[in-house]
Design a protein around this ligand. Structure first.
Ligand SMILES: [Zn+2]
Ligand SMILES: [Zn+2]
Length: 397
């Protein structure tokens, strides 16, 4: 049995605030006790000195494509491990590998690779896979963004029934205006997924119908989603409400922001946090394979036929000049939120950990520093840079 682990000499970031001069005692991979620094610890304990920095819950990323040169859609266990290791270095301890548009065989290959890594997982593999985000292919044609348009389609029950079999899919996206969307949402709900609308030009009535069918979340707010003018261009007058108004008005709806400092200006990050609150706003990386890679040309999605984009070292750019998802890890998103908003630190960390865990239905296990939860913990320095990463009480090398 491994010795108890004590993280000490830290400001502990709890869901409701900060505990100064704090320590966390873990045993058998679980958090056992949180309190003030003591003079004496159990004999034989392993001590991790945070040196006056922070102890944070490990981050939970529900929308992430790749990193360190690999994309989950490459569809091999090696690619999956490469991405999970890269994101662990940035503080993500629980990850939901996210599909792009693509052929059913490509999506199935990605699922198989993720399932095999999940099954044989050890801390050396990096962030732990809690499930897969079925994101592409059910996108609206006019909101496909940087994904390959050939790989998009409307949902067909035969196709998605195969995806939901086995319970690997935990988050499921579909554009609300597509034919068959309601049936998809109901099936995703039955599969106990967080059901989300994204890459969509949906109107308020379409969102309301989707909500009735179980949809409760919208992907990357303001990105590849409808606005009043975009719905007007599609449906004419009278002008209609869009995804934006529906998500802001409906308390039960959550959403997410790409807080990399390139996608959204500071006022939009501040606005999203003020409007939805930390309990309904998730930080996501939406990172692609250019994370931790030099600037250059990369494929978004499968390495064989994904669409090309250019990384300038800060963000990805599609050939048409629009953004092509982020190249940053969750630690960066947390630092941008602290720099660009007035949200308190414990709220920011909540949005990077507990809120996504709650929305994805895994908050009993992880997402916050609370007794009984898995010891997925980070040591951050005062500048919120990741110094040490523990998953289930074991340090990630
Ligand atoms: Zn997207
Ligand atoms: Zn994405």
């Amino acid at each position: 049995m491994p010795p108890p682990l004590i993280l000490t000499n830290a400001t502990v970031i709890l869901p409701g605030g900060l505990l100064e001069n704090g320590a966390v005692l873990c045993r058998d991979g679980r958090i056992e006790w949180i309190g003030r620094v003591r003079k004496k610890w159990p004999a034989g304990a392993e001590i991790a000195d945070a040196r006056g920095g922070f102890v944070s819950p490990g981050f939970v990323d529900i929308h992430v494509h790749g990193g360190a040169g690999a994309d989950f859609m490459d569809g091999t266990p090696e690619a999956v491990r490469t991405v999970c290791k890269a994101h662990a270095r940035h503080g993500t301890t629980t990850i939901f590998p996210t599909t792009t548009t693509g052929a059913p065989e490509q999506i199935q290959a990605m699922f198989a690779a993720c399932a095999s890594v999940k099954k044989s997982w050890s801390p050396a593999d990096g962030a732990r896979i809690a499930g897969v985000h079925l994101y592409g292919p059910y996108f609206a044609e006019d909101k496909v963004g940087c994904h390959s348009v050939e790989g998009r389609r409307s949902p067909s029950p035969d196709e998605y029934a195969a995806y939901f079999k086995g319970g690997l899919v935990r988050v499921a996206t579909c554009a609300a205006e597509l034919p068959g969307a309601s049936s998809f949402y109901k099936a995703a709900r039955r599969a106990r997924c967080l059901v989300t609308c994204g890459h969509s030009n949906a109107s308020w009535p379409e969102m309301a119908a989707a909500f009735k069918a179980g949809m409760r979340h919208a992907d990357h707010f303001w990105c590849a989603m409808s606005s009043v003018p975009s719905v007007r261009a599609r449906l004419g007058v009278p002008m209609r409400g869009s995804m934006a108004e529906f998500v802001l008005a409906e308390r039960e709806m959550s959403t997410e922001v790409i807080a990399d400092g390139c996608h959204l200006a500071s006022e939009l990050l501040e606005f999203a946090w003020r409007m939805k609150g930390a309990g309904r706003l998730c930080l996501v990386t939406d990172a692609n394979r250019a994370l931790d890679m030099p600037p250059g040309r990369y494929r978004f999605g499968p390495e064989g036929d994904g669409s090309w984009f250019e990384s300038d070292g800060r963000v990805g750019w599609a050939p048409n000049g629009s953004l092509a998802s982020s190249i940053m890890g969750m630690d960066h998103m947390v630092r941008v939120m602290r720099r660009d908003t007035t949200a308190p630190l414990h709220d920011i960390i909540r949005m990077a950990a507990l809120t996504p865990a709650e929305r994805a239905g895994i908050a009993r296990e992880c997402g916050s520093v609370e007794p009984g939860k898995r010891a997925d913990l980070l040591v951050l320095n005062r500048r919120l840079q990741v110094r040490r990463v523990f998953i289930g009480g074991t340090e990630v090398p």
